[in-house]
Write a protein that binds this ligand. Structure first.
Ligand code: SF4
Ligand code: SF4
Length: 267
């Protein structure tokens, strides 16, 4: 099932057969009391989450960091969305289209994150969820970057070099790898590069990403894997994922070994 989100205000759809998902426990109970599920559409009330204005928060360093609690709220809210989608999939001809009722003036990519979470849960096979989460996190960082114009290239010059008047057309990439020859977008979908912000962006512009604040990564990666995502700069997506799988394999092996040792002592 392909999930997509449409803005209810801009949508041409005039039917009124919507079920509104709100951020409260009663919401799912309300859904169960309905009698007709055919052609029922999902409308998400992001405003009930009150996330819109608070996507970034000031830290002591006056740096804007995606707030960790937003990730927690979003994951909690997502549980209600997932339950609703599962229910409607069983009961009706739900087509994956979700409408948002986003009255907040500040644009953000919470809807993209929600789509990512739904896609990984419903469309990606068990064994590939790590890869799916990686892909969606890359898309999220790209969208955040272009929305907030963080590390962004014009005439081959990146934000920092433009602002500082430095005539360098490759950004800071050559200090990490040799792939980018001009300011053209890098062809590698590399999560650590997308998370990376130079000192100028952090301390002078106030942008900072961490993998711990991205819901799809928090759901499908362990803290160790997320920390690794932060550290393996300039690898290709394939190499990064291979490394992450290697670490996951080692973790599973370690856990099995620990359980075996505990059992040996207990028996
Ligand atoms: S992160 Fe690198 S490419 Fe982006 S603005 Fe900073 S120096 Fe330029
Ligand atoms: S892989 Fe990363 S460091 Fe290398 S060119 Fe691409 S964005 Fe720059």
């Amino acid at each position: 099932m392909e999930f997509c989100i449409e803005d209810l205000i801009e949508s041409q759809d005039n039917s009124e057969n919507y079920f509104e998902i709100e951020n409260n426990k009663e919401c799912f109970k309300k859904l169960k009391t309905l009698s007709n599920f055919e052609n029922l559409k999902i409308k998400i009330n992001f405003n009930s989450l009150n996330l819109g204005e608070k996507l970034y928060g000031n830290t002591k360093k006056e740096t804007l960091v995606i707030q960790k609690k937003n990730c927690k709220y979003l994951l909690k809210f997502y549980k209600i969305v997932k339950k609703t989608v599962k229910f409607l999939k069983k009961k009706s001809n739900f087509d994956g289209k979700i409408y948002i009722n986003n009255l907040s003036e500040k644009k953000n990519n919470n809807d993209l994150m929600l789509i990512g979470l739904l896609d990984v849960d419903f469309n990606v096979k068990m064994f590939y969820k790590l890869n799916g989460a990686y892909e969606h996190a890359c898309d999220f960082f790209d969208a955040e970057n272009s929305l907030n114009k963080m590390c962004d290239f014009h005439d081959n010059h990146c934000t920092k070099h433009r602002d500082k008047g430095i005539d360098k057309t490759t950004g800071c990439c050559p200090s990490f790898c040799k792939v980018r020859v001009t300011g053209e977008p890098c062809k590698h979908k590399n999560l650590s590069c997308k998370i990376f912000m130079c000192d100028y962006l952090i301390y002078e512009k106030g942008f900072y990403f961490t993998p711990n604040t991205v819901a799809v990564l928090c759901k499908h990666m362990t803290p160790l894997e997320r920390a690794i995502c932060f550290g393996i700069l300039c690898r290709t997506q394939r190499k990064s994922l291979k490394f992450l799988w290697f670490v996951r394999g080692l973790t599973v092996l370690y856990l099995i070994l620990m359980v075996a040792i505990i059992l040996m002592f207990c028996l």
